[in-house]
Design a protein around this ligand. Structure first.
Ligand code: ADP
Length: 277
């Protein structure tokens, strides 16, 4: 295998699509911005842990903008192969040509690579990140007979929802130990209402009501509900209200039906909503 360095590669126009020009709105809820900046400074891989829809993706987008790094995002799924991440040879008019996968693109050019919901991917796929997370910071491109040394600006970020993981799909201990982890939960009520106002364009009292409803629905987690209403769902409800739908209807459509098919649970949620209106 020959070794190449990402740092020497020329400006990669393919990466221009991944630059974040405008500041993505992110309301910080703790010390996460400073923590991430310190981790990036040390080029330490970062793991964002927390339930879906609580701001992890938005946070990474904000941090990429702040750090002026392009952001390559991959939504992981169980059919994803290592080649989907790393790259493959494809046939074109001139014969077989190597195409970098999203991870390789980020490693080569110094982007932040965000692997969203990493535990969705099979372990034989996630194994490719091992050598990127230790001191070597290399990515073996076996099919290309090349070992790619990461660009100095490259950073790996992964997210996962501890609630969903099964033992089998859990990350390997040796992988987990290499990361700095930042825990995400739903923000405090006042901050969450602020986010809903900003994102959905509803008045503050509407946002506060939605947050109260969400808190009740989160209390039902584990009592027949896999997850309560997320911040994302509150914003969806807010958008419907802003579009002229009544609050109770918006809640039914955005906060109840998407998370349960069970009639009793639906009634429990509807009653919880009615109590908040
Ligand atoms: P996750 O990646 O955790 O599933 P997202 O980052 O996609 O969740 O969050 C869902 C939506 O909630 C975002 O699109 C954004 O509108 C909003 N959101 C959640 N938390 C925040 C926050 N702290 N600041 C700004 N927006 C937020």
């Amino acid at each position: 295998m020959h070794s190449t360095s990402g740092a020497k590669s020329a400006h990669n126009p393919a990466l221009d699509d991944f630059r974040i020009i405008q500041e993505p709105y992110y309301r910080s809820v703790g010390h996460e911005v400073a923590l991430f900046e310190a981790a990036y400074g040390a080029r330490m891989p970062v793991m964002l842990k927390g339930p879906t829809g609580c701001g992890k993706t938005r946070f990474v987008e904000h941090m990429a903008w702040r750090l002026k790094r392009p952001l390559v995002t991959v939504s992981c799924h169980e059919d994803m192969t290592a080649s989907d991440l790393v790259g493959r040879y494809l046939l074109d008019a001139d014969g077989t040509v190597w195409h970098d996968g999203p991870l390789t693109l980020a490693v080569r050019s110094g982007a932040i690579c965000y692997l969203d919901e990493i535990v969705e991917a099979r372990q034989d796929t996630t194994v490719v990140i091992h050598s990127l997370t230790d001191d070597r910071r290399i990515l073996p491109l076996e099919k290309k007979n090349e070992v790619l040394k990461a660009h100095p600006d490259f950073q790996l970020v992964i997210s996962y929802n501890p609630g969903y993981q099964s033992v089998l799909k859990d990350l390997k201990e040796s992988t987990k130990q290499r990361f700095a982890a930042i825990a995400f939960t739903y923000p405090d009520a006042a901050i969450e209402a602020e986010i809903v106002v900003s994102e959905a364009g509803v008045k503050r009292p509407v946002a506060e009501t939605l947050v109260r409803i969400a808190q009740r629905s989160r209390n039902l987690k584990g009592h027949g509900l896999e997850e309560g209403a997320s911040t994302r769902m509150l914003i969806n409800a807010g958008h419907l209200v802003a579009g002229g739908i009544t609050l109770d209807q918006a809640c039914e459509v955005a906060l109840v039906l998407p998370i349960t098919d069970d009639a009793d649970m639906r009634d429990a949620l509807t009653a919880a909503i009615a109590a908040c209106l």
